[in-house]
Design a protein around this ligand. Sequence first.
Ligand code: 1CP
Length: 333
Amino acid sequence: MTPIKNTIINKNTTISPIWFMRQAGRYLPEFRNIREKNKNFIKLCLDSDLASEITLQPLNRFNLDAAIIFSDILMVPYGLNQKVEFKKNFGPTLGNLNMNNLSKISENDFKKKLNPIYKLIQKTKLNNITKNKDIIGFIGAPWTLALYMINKISPKKNEINNVLNDLNKVKDLIQILNKYLKIHILNQVENGASIIQIFDSWAGLLDDKHLNDFVYSPTSELVTFTKSLNIPVICFPRGIKNYKNYCEEVNPDVINIDYEIDPHKIKKDINICVQGGLDPKILLTNKENIKKEAKKYLDIFVDQPYIFNLGHGILPETNPDMVEYLVNFVKNY
Ligand code: 1CP
């Protein structure tokens, strides 16, 4: 059994396995090197060979327990024929959403468009370096994807009142998305993903009154589906105020916490396996501080299954030496 599954399934607490969100990315010079020669981000995600190489880059450097596939949550809107572009220093920009066309897309066309992602997973699994490690596949949660698809740019850049003006549209879109998200989960699993993470990066923007329809109910459907495949599922509802309610309603195997929530409160409220929490900005400081902050999380969750990770992705300006220091500290603790 892999170290991460030993923690999730056997509830082992003697070691904390470790991996990082955005462990493959811009903080690595070897990633920037490939990225410079491949300006089109979507195309890069669809190049199975390069995407597999990028997936393995952090494993070649650090003693990590999982590979997370190099892809993006916005590959699903792309698979549903919405235009998706990544503009330098701006982030994603999506084309117009056509709800009529969306309901006419065939499952086969969707699968065909995303097939290079499944090939990349196969390829990654064949590499010896992933032996006894997990390969983490992922999806964006229906709410976060619906938000990008309707808003067409990151909600960091504008107010999202326009999105919440048409609640029926959001609901319809979430329902369509769930159908394709199940297909995307199934295909990732059939091609070698051993764990699925669901990223709800914008769950924290919603008022309580929308949580049931937009977050709890559709996400719990995907969690049930993933569990039926015998695959553990990690949920990351970033910025949500009440993690306890979320866990009760959605029932994931693992809850990834963000860096704004007090881990002592999580420890008191939640008894399932916890992942993450450490503020990625800590990696921009110094070794003493990294050690102190990492120790805090390891000590709080000492008698609870805990997977070490951050409270959001590694920042592009992070020094890889600090990542190496953190991995070794956690592994030897
Ligand atoms: O070189 C570049 O400019 C690309 C930067 C980049 C990378 C490395 C983007 C654009 N996506 C990715 C890969 C990625 N995205 C992974 C790969 C695996 C890994 O973690 O190493 C994963 C899991 C994601 C997931 C993702 N994409 C999320 C959920 C997690 C999160 O960060 O909250 C979201 C919201 C996206 C959208 C997206 N893609 C890229 C960016 C810059 C963004 C965020 C835009 C925004 O702020 O709204």
